[in-house]
Design a binder for this molecule. Structure first.
Ligand code: NAI
Length: 336
């Protein structure tokens, strides 16, 4: 039995994500799905509960200790709560509102379900993950192996865009491209040289540059197309569910599951230290391919062989990442 909780479940991501969790045959038999939001969760839960799959769905609102009830017994908590971007905004622009939302939800998790795996979708991920970690530290329940920034959408976009270039969309779900660094603009570093399906021979550096830029700023395409109505929701729900399934399957004992995710590098000291050497800076967090297991992070993999171009991308990502991380940490620190 797995109790999965979605915080922000009535939103643009929360609803389709909850639908995917309710309907996935891999996990639904064993899943109790608990939905929390400041609005509309009774309706979303009632709607989903009519779907003929075994997962039991319950909705909660803030009154009467709703957050606590939603989180009691949780093993996996997914957080897509918070405001999304509008055209012209960066993810960092969301910090003002989302930092406080994520902090308050993290306090709820730390006090009610401190052993749960926490999957943070709310942006800016580079800062909200440190916020969750600092709250957990303050409550004496911090385990770096159990807190993840969800960067899967970058990986999903990379696979899709590469399959488009190879002229075969049916390859999209088979292609793997590690995407490392962080989750915003230049901190998103696709390692195209390590694509499971190599780019066409003769693919010019200029085209690599264009593809890299499209992966880094793929979110902007959606924000622009939605024209003020928000950012990626459906592709994000797909990506979030994919990552959650991996965490759940690994928790149940399946071996060898690896996925890029933004983690505290103390989660695997040896792997984390090796990675810090590779990136040339003592960062506390980084998104890297991580092997998952019953207790969360088992191993942080090294970047391996990367091109000179990718090495430059990482150099460019590091200063912004460091700033984003520090912003999240210091949001909680003063009240220590
Ligand atoms: P949305 O506005 O449609 O939904 C957000 C939901 O959060 C709303 O239902 C709202 O009522 C709820 N909420 C607000 N404060 C809350 C609180 N204190 N407790 C519980 N729920 C609360 O936004 P959308 O499009 O679903 O995006 C959510 C977040 O996900 C945004 O921060 C967005 O930037 C981020 N995002 C992250 C991506 C990633 O790759 N990690 C990709 C796309 C979006």
């Amino acid at each position: 039995m797995v109790k999965a909780v979605v915080l922000g479940a009535a939103g643009g991501i929360g609803q389709p994500l909850s639908l995917l969790l309710k309907t996935n045959p891999l996990v639904t038999e064993h899943t109790q799905l608990s939905l929390y939001d400041i609005v509309n969760t009774p309706g979303v839960a009632a709607d989903l509960s009519h779907i003929s799959t075994p997962a039991k769905v319950t909705g909660y609102l803030p009154p009467d200790d709703g957050l606590k009830k939603a989180l009691t017994g949780a093993e996996v908590v997914i957080i897509p709560a918070g405001v999304p971007r509008k055209p012209g905004m960066t993810r960092d622009d969301l910090f003002k509102i989302n930092a406080g939302i994520v902090r308050d939800l993290a306090v709820g998790i730390a006090t009610t379900a401190p052993k749960a795996f926490v999957l943070v979708i709310s942006n800016p991920v580079n800062s909200t993950v440190p916020i969750v970690a600092e709250v957990f530290k303050k409550h004496g329940v911090f385990d770096p192996k159990r807190i993840f920034g969800v960067t899967t959408l970058d990986v999903v976009r990379a696979s899709t865009f590469v399959s488009e270039i190879l002229g075969d969309l049916s390859l999209a779900s088979k292609i793997t491209v590690p995407v490392v660094g962080g989750h915003s603009g230049v901190t998103i570093v696709p390692l195209l040289s390590q694509s499971s399906h190599p780019l066409p021979s003769g693919f010019a550096q200029e085209e690599v540059d264009k593809l890299t830029n499209r992966i880094q700023f793929g979110g902007d395409e959606v924000v622009k197309a939605k024209d003020g109505a928000g950012s990626a929701t459906l592709s994000m729900a797909y990506a979030g569910a994919e990552f959650a399934y991996k965490v759940i399957r690994a928790a149940k004992g399946e071996k060898g599951i690896v996925a890029p995710t933004f983690v505290n590098l103390a989660a695997d000291k040896e792997g984390g230290d090796a990675l810090k050497k590779e990136i040339g800076r003592d960062l506390e967090y980084f998104s890297a391919p991580v092997e998952l297991g019953p207790e969360g992070v088992v191993k942080i993999n090294s970047l391996g062989k990367i091109s000179e171009y990718e090495s430059t991308l990482i150099k460019n990502a590091v200063p912004e990442l460091a700033t984003n991380i520090e912003k999240g940490v210091s949001f909680i620190e003063p009240s220590k």
